[in-house]
Design a protein around this ligand. Structure first.
Ligand code: FE
Length: 180
């Protein structure tokens, strides 16, 4: 029966047609996007780069945290035990995120702030990973992962923005001129 079918040209054409369609379908399904970060892109974001482009401007650690939602080890970050006066910007795109006046020592092992400089510079997303219910904080301009926000912070907001140091760039406030 098999040999009979293979010698009928019309049936062969149909079989090859079905085979071609199946191969095309498989090929399309296998083209999985390299980055899962596409899911967080929103209209609010104005900086959209590919992973390859981000790798050219970020350190491997910054890329892991900002683009792959990694977390730096506690008590290791540059700004954990750091309380200079100035502003903190997104390490990926330079957007203003926090001022030092909102920074406090939470003892959690990461830089903690009780409020952002401008909440519209941030995106918030429900995060159910690692068996926890958390609120992820991202940069609104580039979508970079910053950390999470919790409701166990100090007054006046009662919030704790727990942020990775590598997601931040600190710029000190200009020193006041000393008059002689
Ligand atoms: Fe950013």
């Amino acid at each position: 029966m098999h040999k009979l079918i293979m010698h009928i040209p019309v049936v062969n054409s149909i079989l090859f047609g079905i085979l071609f369609i199946l191969m095309s379908a498989f090929s399309a399904c296998s083209q999985v996007p390299e980055s899962t970060n596409t899911e967080i892109k929103t209209n609010a974001m104005t900086v959209n780069k590919t992973d390859d482009e981000w790798r050219k401007t970020l350190t491997p650690m910054q890329f892991n945290v900002l683009r792959q939602k990694g977390t730096e080890r506690p008590f290791t970050g540059e700004y954990d035990d750091f309380f200079e006066e100035g502003d903190y910007y997104c390490a990926a795109c330079g957007t203003l995120l926090f001022h030092s006046s909102a920074k406090y020592n939470s003892g959690c092992g990461w830089p903690a702030f009780f409020e952002p400089s401008d909440s519209t510079n941030m995106l918030f997303k429900r995060d159910l990973s690692h068996g926890m219910i958390r609120t992820e904080v991202m940069c609104a301009r580039c979508g970079g992962h910053l950390g999470h926000v919790f409701d166990d912070g100090p007054k006046p907001t009662g919030l704790r923005y727990c942020i990775n140091s590598v997601s931040l760039i600190f710029k000190p406030s200009p020193k006041e001129e000393k008059h002689k």
